[in-house]
Write a protein that binds this ligand. Structure first.
Ligand code: MN
Ligand code: MN
Length: 320
């Protein structure tokens, strides 16, 4: 498809410089009807599940802003996602910033509509609890697999006296609700000081493949890619990328930083290594602009979104 035939392409940087214009994800058109697009880029400006430093509600706006640095063609895979698929900015979901349950309902309904229209979502958070209502909205045919980049398992049971819905619990809830297949889930980058030796037990006991940073370092990036491909196999798989999986040197603007993580390049390489999987959507979460003094975390978040977009577009074209 040539650019002339495709209105779902970034604004021409020769006509409007990349610092100009109104910021949308990757300078794409803002389109509200999901039936017009293959891949919907969506903001979820919500951090109601945050247990420590807040601010991820401001993530989508800053990721949009920094995504203006992104050009079209992936320098490694040479994928141009905008030639493969119709991609647009679908705007932000609604939220109620003072009501967790109502917000989850609003977000689920939004993604239900995207899924019903036949579009595949790629979202920017928001804190990691948002992935639960996203999955509720798009997982309709049995539990899916997941490649989960994070310093944290996010499989705790509850926080602060029995509260079940926080950004530390979404994937336990997703397993309980039949949305996520733990045996087809891999968690990459797990680390950080613990409350107790049992903190990671649910992930292990439910059958998730947990790759701690110690193991990550021993396996190397290519070993981790091979393991991820083996764990998720050919069945439908979601990619969820918490920016705190990265070392805080690369992504300081996040609520729960943990030292000793992987680099931005290693993350790019891991996502590029997921090419060819059966991908049904993804997200980048936990970018917290109030702690992002240079804007670099939002820049990293935008680029990680782009990397996921490339493998997602490639996967969609392969399935058509
Ligand atoms: Mn997380
Ligand atoms: Mn995390």
């Amino acid at each position: 498809m040539s650019d002339q035939d495709n209105k779902f392409v970034p604004i021409d940087s020769e006509l409007v410089p990349r610092y100009g214009g109104i910021p949308t994800f990757m300078r794409l058109p803002y389109i509200t009807d999901p039936s017009l697009v293959d891949i919907a880029l969506i903001g979820v400006p919500w951090d109601g599940g945050t247990t420590n430093r807040a601010g991820a509600r401001h993530g989508p706006r800053e990721i949009r802003n920094m995504s203006s640095f992104i050009r079209r063609i992936n320098p490694s895979s040479l994928i141009n996602p905008f030639n493969l698929c119709k991609v647009a900015d679908l705007g932000d979901t609604g939220v109620n910033p003072i009501d967790i349950m109502e917000s989850m309902g609003i977000i689920e309904k939004f993604f239900n509509g995207v899924h019903a229209a036949g579009a595949v979502p790629l979202s920017a958070g928001g804190d990691h609890l948002m992935t639960l209502p996203v999955m509720r909205g798009i997982v309709k045919d049995g539990p899916v697999g997941m490649v989960h980049f994070d310093a944290h398992n996010d499989t705790s049971d509850d926080y602060f006296g029995g509260h079940k819905y926080t950004h530390g619990t979404p994937f336990r809830r997703a397993v309980e609700e039949g949305l996520l297949d733990p045996k087809r889930t891999i968690q990459i980058g797990i680390r950080g000081t613990m409350y107790s030796e049992e903190d990671w037990n649910y992930s292990y006991e439910s059958g998730m493949r947990v790759i701690t940073m110690d193991e990550y370092f021993d396996m190397g990036v290519d070993g981790v890619i091979a393991e991820a491909r083996k764990v998720v196999g050919d069945a439908p798989t979601y990619i969820s990328f918490d920016v705190d999986g990265l070392d805080p040197v690369y992504a300081p603007g996040t609520g729960t930083p943990e030292v000793g993580g992987y680099s931005t390049y290693e993350a790019q390489r891991m996502i590029r290594g997921l090419k060819g999987l059966n991908l049904i959507g993804g997200d980048v979460v936990e970018v917290s602009p109030p702690f992002d003094q240079t804007g670099n975390t939002a820049l990293v978040g935008a680029n990680i979104m782009y990397e996921i977009l490339c493998v997602l577009a490639d996967s969609l074209v392969a399935r058509c």
